[in-house]
Ligand binder design. Structure first.
Ligand SMILES: Cc1cc2nc3c(=O)[nH]c(=O)nc-3n(C[C@H](O)[C@H](O)[C@H](O)COP(=O)(O)OP(=O)(O)OC[C@H]3O[C@@H](n4cnc5c(N)ncnc54)[C@H](O)[C@@H]3O)c2cc1C
Length: 390
């Protein structure tokens, strides 16, 4: 029987960052991850970091490479009706965002965890949070066919949307809120220079498109697609043609195409589970909520959740006070719902919906025109995009 203060389930950004924050506060922890390290590192996902996320990575001393290789963006571009308009995030808020892939954040956190000698069990099977309604929670798991148990004070469920933590809560104790969007994002990664120095969000009659990047040599592009589409139906040539058709002429002419090195389709949904605490188990990150990627909030919400949770646990151990853990769920959910609203609003404004003909399309254009011509409206978008304060 192993013993630790906090057993963390999941070695995604939420679990790994929580592990480093707790370590910095002198709180020992063990991470159980069902996949192997290589699999976790290969998952191509988010790439836009809020300043608050960068500050947390700085706080735990893992941001040196991020500061060397990350790209600071002071603005984004909105494309509609054939032209592009810049939203100056920095002018509106004094803040910027940093382009640095989730894969790199994960690698930096894993390396830091290794160098601190902290325990991570990869390829942990049948992980199960137990007795979290009591004062003696445990987590069981199997490794190489042998069953183990960890005794702990708390369990942190950082195991993403299909994890075991939320699924272990009895249905009567949890309430869920969901919106499924009637489309997906087809994304490709290519070793090509980005079409523009900043992100382009394009509202087009053929559907939404996004031009983003991971570095000045590696681009990430998305087009809105049908939920029935399969990547086999999207050879690279078809993807590039479709993307060009959804961009303004200047961007389409400048676009450098090349073979995709990754291609995937992600459905879009908004989902929140309430509360985020169940006795001695807490949920954080995608385990508790999902946002469509339009607002670039998924990874950043995982970071703000674990910030609140780590502070609450620090208060519990250092000050012998339960106030922090008692208010964790309420505090985290307050920020979560604002990001859920922003992501939903960006999604609604930028995509073709089955009913975005006529009236709906006119409303989208009116909203976009308002945004690029009103300092107040641009400031509201900017404040949410760079991340609301913790
Ligand atoms: C395909 C895709 C594309 C995305 N693109 C973007 C984007 O462009 N921008 C953006 O902001 N966000 C994006 N996101 C969202 C963002 O990646 C997530 O919000 C972020 O990964 C959340 O981190 P997390 O640690 O909470 O969850 P995860 O990254 O999902 O990590 C959870 C971890 O728990 C492990 N796990 C699961 N079940 C168990 C179990 N039973 N036992 C042990 N371990 C378990 C998983 O293997 C995983 O390593 C995307 C997500 C997906 C799925």
């Amino acid at each position: 029987m192993l013993r630790t203060k906090v057993a963390i389930i999941g070695a995604g950004p939420a679990g790994l960052l929580l592990g480093q924050l707790l370590h910095a506060y002198g709180i020992d922890n063990i991470i159980l991850e069902r996949r192997d390290r290589g699999y976790v590192l290969a998952r191509i996902r988010a790439g836009v970091l809020e300043q608050g996320t960068v500050d947390l990575l700085d706080q735990v001393g893992v941001a040196a490479r991020l500061h060397r290789e990350g790209l600071i963006h002071d603005g984004i571009e909105l494309a509609f009706a054939g032209s592009r308009h810049r939203i100056d995030l920095k002018e509106a808020t004094g803040k910027s965002v940093t382009i640095y892939g989730q894969t790199e954040v994960t690698r930096d956190l894993m390396d830091a965890r290794d160098s601190c000698g902290l325990v991570t069990v990869y390829e942990a099977d049948q992980v199960e949070p137990l007795d979290f309604d009591s004062d003696h929670p445990r987590v069981s798991y199997a490794k190489d066919g042998i069953t183990h148990e960890i005794e702990c004070d708390f369990i942190a469920g950082c195991d993403g949307s299909h994890g075991i933590s939320r699924a272990s809560v009895k249905p009567s104790a949890i309430e869920t809120f969901e919106r499924i969007y009637p489309f997906g994002w087809l994304g490709i990664l290519s070793e090509t220079p980005p079409v523009s120095p900043e992100l382009i969000y394009s509202n087009h009659a053929r559907g939404f498109a996004l031009c983003t990047m991971r570095s000045m040599r590696r681009s990430r592009y998305y087009v809105q697609c049908s939920l029935d589409d399969h990547i086999d139906q999207w050879p690279d040539d078809r993807f590039w043609d479709e993307l060009k058709r959804r961009l303004d002429q200047e961007a389409a002419d400048k676009l450098v195409t090349g073979p995709s090195i990754e291609k995937s389709i992600a459905p879009l949904r908004s989902f929140v589970a309430e509360p985020m605490r169940f006795g001695r188990m807490f949920l954080a990150g995608d385990a508790a909520h999902i946002v469509p990627p339009t607002g670039a909030k998924g990874l950043n919400l995982a970071a703000s959740d674990v910030h609140y949770l780590s502070r609450a646990l620090q208060e519990y151990y250092d000050e012998k006070s339960s106030a922090g853990i008692d208010h964790y769920s309420e505090k985290a959910l307050s920020r979560v719902w604002k990001a859920v609203r922003f992501s939903w609003w960006m999604t609604a404004m930028m995509h073709r919906f089955p009913d975005t003909e006529g009236f709906g399309a006119k409303i989208q254009l009116a909203e976009l025109n308002y945004l690029v011509n009103s300092k107040a409206a641009a400031a509201s978008l900017s404040e949410n995009y760079v991340g609301l304060p913790y």
